[in-house]
Design a protein around this ligand. Structure first.
Ligand code: C5P
Length: 218
């Protein structure tokens, strides 16, 4: 009789929350301190938004937008330093960090077909020793069995200041992300909520490291 060899498991930490709550900065520092890869799931939606614009796709045509999610030359890579998006072999990550791309991302992320197309790509990053995955539905949909789930919040004015955007723009995107039918921005039942309004980045990171260390031992 052959012995069963159990597959090494990835230790998954999810950080979800609204725009400007500090997810990216906190996740990046966590990834470096824990030496885990850092997956920004927003990069998939922003990258697809960029591709739609590049190919001049009508954003209302769901089939055409979804087809681009399967576009072979659309590639996302993640390591300890962060997530990069490539289109036709060219690194376009730096083109994605503006509110215009974010708004298109938010629009197309409401399509269930698009989310389904990107889901397996995201899950594929859950490899040992583990990952820090940040976004909107990481703890609820992408990695429901994550070892540690954090829901990061902050006041609207603090978030708008951090993003150098006006409160209305941020609040409109939050509303769209929270009200969509599929995988809306929401706190997983087993997530720990941290309000970062009055905390420094280091204080938030230290808090999460404490939670992770506690779980990692068990
Ligand atoms: O996090 P980021 O601001 O880069 O996300 C851009 C947009 O991508 C969000 O406003 C949201 O609409 C979408 N998104 C999502 N699910 C995720 C991550 C991002 O729907 N897990």
């Amino acid at each position: 009789m052959s012995a069963t060899i159990s597959k090494p498991k990835a230790f998954i930490v999810t950080i979800d929350g609204p725009a400007g709550s500090g997810k990216s900065t906190v996740s990046g520092l966590l990834a470096q301190r824990l030496n885990l890869n850092f997956l920004t799931t927003g990069a998939f939606y922003r990258g697809l938004a960029y591709l739609c614009r590049k190919k001049a796709v009508d954003l209302k045509k769901i089939e055409e937008v979804t087809a681009l999610a399967y576009y072979k030359a659309f590639d996302v890579q993640a390591d300890v330093m962060g997530t990069k998006v490539f289109i036709d072999g060219i690194d376009i990550t730096n083109e994605l960090s503006n509110e215009e791309v974010a708004l298109v991302a938010s629009q197309i992320s409401a399509y269930p077909e698009v989310r389904l197309a990107l889901l397996d790509l995201q899950r594929d990053f859950a490899r040992p020793p583990g990952i820090i995955a940040e976004g909107r539905d990481c703890g609820t949909v992408v990695f429901p069995n994550a070892n540690v789930k954090i829901f990061l919040t902050a006041s609207l004015d603090k978030r708008a200041t951090r993003r150098l955007a006006d409160e209305q723009t941020i609040s409109n995107r939050d509303n769209a992300d929270s009200r969509r039918k599929v995988a809306p921005l929401s706190k997983a039942k087993d997530a720990i909520e941290i309000d970062s309004t009055a905390l420094s980045v280091d204080e938030v990171v230290d808090k999460i490291i404490g939670i992770v260390k506690d779980k990692w031992k068990k």
